[in-house]
Design a binder for this molecule. Sequence first.
Ligand code: HEM
Length: 639
Amino acid sequence: MASSLETQWICGPVSHSKYCPHFSHGLLSASVLPSQLVTQDLRKTHRLRSDLSLRPSAHSKDTKAEFNTATYVQLNAAVVAGNPASLLRSYQHFCKAESDSVRKVDQAATDQIVAGKQRAVTPKNHADARRKALYQPRQLKATPADKTAVKTLVEWAKELGGAPLGLRLAYIPLVVINDPKLAEPIFEQQKSSMYAGLEGLSGKEPHPSLFTGKTSAYYRAVRKGVAPAFNSSNLKQSFGRLTTLMQAVVSHAGSKGPAAPVDVFAVAGHVTMDAISLSIFGQDAGSTADLSAPKPRYAKLLDPAMAGFTKTLATPWIRKLTFLPAMKRLKEDVKAVHAEHERMLQRLRTCQPPPASLGAHLLALTDPATDRPLTDAQLCAEMVTFFIAGYETSASAIAWALYLISTHADIQQRVTAELDAQGLLRTPDRPQPHRLEWEDLSQLPYLRNVIKESLRLWTVATGGTQRCLDRPMRVRGYDLAPGTLVQVPFYGVHHNPAVWERPEECLPDRWDEPDAEYVAAAKSDGSSSEPVLEGTQAAGSNLGDLEDATAAPNSKQGPAGRSAAARRFMPFSYGVRSCVGQNLANITIMTFIATLCSHFSLKLAPEMGGSYGVEQSAVDMLTLQPKNGMLMHCASRAQ
Ligand code: HEM
């Protein structure tokens, strides 16, 4: 007998509404997660921590009532990820932040005593100063309902590997699932209405795009029409120009010398912007010509408008309240970006992009409703989508992979050895290695493994996908009603200890295992003896005859001989609405990293604050980005 999820909701009524700039947290903290819930998480993670025999914090008694904003954000992320390991890591960040701020207070007191001002340092003053440093005060009180809620949340997270978690989004049930087996049929459901919140960004006349729209006849026509632009033979045609862009990166890093750090995230942003421009127009956008600029010109316009839209995704109506200074600013940002989109559209209509390009495929599309070419509004929405979906995501993926390489000497050494074997490594004896060629890409399996491991550990699309159920579904004995929102956070899936061995460790060799992208049969079958899903159709593509550039990596077939295996690796999502640009992304990431590592040895700059500093600076703005860039010292291999 199924229990009704309605009686099992882990959250009490929404009692807190804190605006939070991070999408997946913003989504929740704006309307779902009572702050008390998070407070209680802290208490609970104490237990998790001691379960795992970690040293208790000196301040553990104080954490029950107050904590700082950074921790709040971190823990929200962990809750969304629904994963005990991630909760734990967040808590460790919290303890480290705590001890850093307290250490500063202690140091100041010591300095005063040394300077002969010991009378100013009374025990009370000192205790007050420590307390103030510990918490940017946020008084939070937990209700009994919250306590029960958190117990359920953490117990579920721990025992079920995080799936499913029930929350409420503005009183609409939201279920978070990070068990790949349970998540599989969710990918057949329509995207939630949240995506439509991005639609005003492309132009004055908003139109659903490949990314934001529901799976409709129009959607299918567009996907079918653009997918061939991302197949190997078409991408191969612009590969030479991509490697030319990379020569500019090599010159830029070389000109800095080993002493001055290079922000590889910013540089990658220039390259990915040009790569998408190349793909659409057959010409780059000139971004790579000025790699010292912090951002490409278009990104300077797009990023503030995108950030404003992201923050208001769950509440798009708020954008109309232009008497609010933030909304007035957003209106101006959007106006500027619309003007730029207008220019880009004119360029697309007049530049005659090469036949293999994405632009040519876009211009050839027809709307099945009218049987006519796309209107300006439609074309603009599609064109802009590719920049929004592809530019920053690919740059972040490059930055995270380079971060792993630069902080793991053994990994960097193996990447280098592989490049050397291909004659791609610059050495004193080989000052001019051969330029990366298309055929080289398939000869770098270890680098490919490193990139996959990085996409898993540093899942760019952290929050994953959000779908809306169009029919009743039963998930692990819980009945979900039509209209329930279901979120599959890819970060949570990729860190789920129920389906990954040592999920928090960077182990590129795991990808050498056969079927590494799928849940091991024993685990997926053994995780639950009850039927986990009922009332769902068998998993299968809705795309019919669609020629999908991503068909192979997202095949629903699973590994040979195990057609029902669930896919656990989904950096580009899964199934019908998976990333159409993933081939371009993979090629750009691989080309960037192979070229940079061929010419330079990489070391994370001390300014980043080591791994701790990097992890602390990761922000989730729809995608996981290194907020402070990714500074690296690039030492030429020619010396
Ligand atoms: C590392 C880089 C990238 C990552 C991690 C990534 C990830 C994703 C994910 C997770 C989705 C599904 C989103 C959802 O369901 O909410 C998606 C969709 C999409 N991506 Fe990417 N993406 C990347 C690069 C690109 C590039 C380079 C392009 C094109 C230039 C692109 C174009 C798209 C489009 C158009 C969609 C919507 C597809 C559909 O619904 O049919 N992406 N991407």
